[in-house]
Ligand binder design. Sequence first.
Ligand code: MIG
Length: 731
Amino acid sequence: MFYVKIIIQMILSWIVSFGKYNTEYEEEKMVKRYIFGKPLIDTEGVLNKPEPSQEPMSYFACENNDEGVLLKYTLEAGSPVYGLGQNVRGINKRGFRYVHFTGSNAQHVDTLASMYGSHNFLVVSGEKSFGVFIDSPGRVTFDVGFSDPDELTIISELEDFEVYIIEGTSLREIVHTFRQLIGQSYIPPKWAFGYQQCRWGYKNSDEIREVAARMKEAGIPLDSIGLDIDYMDGYKNFTADPENYGDLAELSSELLEQGIRLVPIIDAGTKIEPGNIVYDEGVEKDYFVKGEDGEDFIGAVWPGRCHFPDFLRPEVRDWFGHHYKYLTDMGIEGFWNDMNEPTLFFTNRGLQHTLDVVDEVRDTQLDIKRRRKLIDTVAAMRNNIADYKTFYHNVNGKTIVHDKVHNLYGYNMARAAGEALNDMLPNHRTLIFSRSSCIGLHRYAGIWQGDNQSWWQHILLNMKMMPSLNMCGFLFTGADVGGFHGNTSGDLLIRWLQLAAFTPLMRNHSANTCNRQEPYLFKQKDIMRDMIKIRYMLLPYLYSEFVKCALNSDMLFRPLAFDYPEDATAIEVEDQLMVGDALMIAPIYTQNASGRYVYLPEDMVAIRLSSPEEREYIPMKKGHHYISAELNQMVFFVRKDKLVVLGTPGQNTDQMNFNDFEVLCNVETESTYSLYNDDGFTKDYQNPQYYTDIHISRMEDGTLSLKQSNSEVKLTMTDITSQNKNKGECI
Ligand code: MIG
């Protein structure tokens, strides 16, 4: 079987090589592409495809069984495996079996195999590290040393798919090469980096006004307010509830005047209701996915029974995406896409089956077995695999059962927004983030990490997902700060804000079933305000680093192993990260803690601060330390010979001065930094005006001297270098 596969592969590679592929890819030699069978569809995960390799696949042995095609690799003892995007567990993914089939299970616990995204890229470290990407629209399982601790087994349920093997001299370079293959990551507008307040359950537009007013009154910066499904009329996309949100356009312009933007949700399902414009047009144009009977497929979500746009078709994306005009006409430029795994509460098939089971047990004693059957049957109505096998897409005239392209649905829904907004507002960035995703969507949107809980361990999970997502191209991401489900406490929210101060998406969001968690409602609101202000202080650095990472196919969040690959201790650190060029973070995620142990892979200067102004600089040596940080104090670390460009916080990003910066200098001899700073909206990233080269050097008399390429920008230096005897700030 194995040899047959190889021969088929070679013949196919030969056939495919007659096709047109981009051969200009500069690092072609480091990437090998293998085609298995005849892929159903181009997932458009990879943009820059090298010619398929003529040789047998390196690293992996292939075999088939009834689960699909198996790729097997023997892992080196103790060597970590990184990547796989959105998943539970560690930064080192070894030790679990992850199943990439997008789903919406809100129990983000260690035994959860599938989350909302499907990101099939991993990096295997070892004597010779390499990356592997499984380009498949269907289910892919990654058994990373779970069934057999020494084996990595990748199982593609579809026999037709592609594999990319990426080599490189370092982990970071492997990721970089992969990221060049998949194309430039999405860059949101600058305001999207500001604090966002959201909540499922804001009843009407006056409640939104109240959030804005109370944030202002408490002096807490705020850039945007998220609108959940409450704003819609009967949960229909591109509508506003006439009674409670009838003044949506006024609300939007009123808030815009204060520098606050609305970010409404758009869901995947289309309510079946004549008069619902998306329904009427979708039926007329034949744009919905089809059921087995050839009629528009029916599945239920919020509005009840719905049809689902066939987002895999470009013309459907174009049509649906242009409906955002309803909102952009109100000055709205930020959106989030939900329920696009797609989530199905039930289908007629599942409901009928449940009703049959109800009839079957109704007049019985409902003994333990029947009771279980009833409960399980009701639960199995939601997101049932059997349902995903009963509807069909139409891709380039080919009918494809959903199950085989399941992981592409959310990607293409959010892409519809991305493509249409690019068309409607050219050279103007908009905010889009999605719940479900697949590699490819990273070019159009960000993602949030889904329905987490107000649990301390979910601060840590939030952090661990950052580098894994960055490896897969998703730079604009973050989790629901404070936790979505469950009641949060003031201390939990504060510690979470101390991590979220660094995550590009910083959104406090909660479910309608739990207590409200806007910061001004807590006794510790002043601490929360100061933590959010620290985020705004860090914005110039974070924004500059973010955009450069997007443009240069780099990671904003890196495991310590990526920067200190020779340091065996650093490699095992799972609760600290490098953020951009200059920083390391080590957030506190334990209740009642007034500090934590930190490992420093080199000498650094710790900054402990309780507000943008109240800072302490603590020089620390490489090694293990306990660093104290009371609830009102956050800590981060600046690497040697590095610069951090800070701003002065404002009530929101519009009100900040992005021409006047403070440069934190941890400089012994000299350091150079290229600051990226644009108008926040346009897409002209290469404009030299947006770059300021900063060069700082230590003079013989111990003072620092500054040279900068762009004199328009005002820079003030703060010397935090521990070795500098001339300054009094270090303690
Ligand atoms: O099944 O729109 O993840 O952020 O608040 C719940 C209501 C549907 C799930 C999203 C969440 C959102 C909620 N949605």
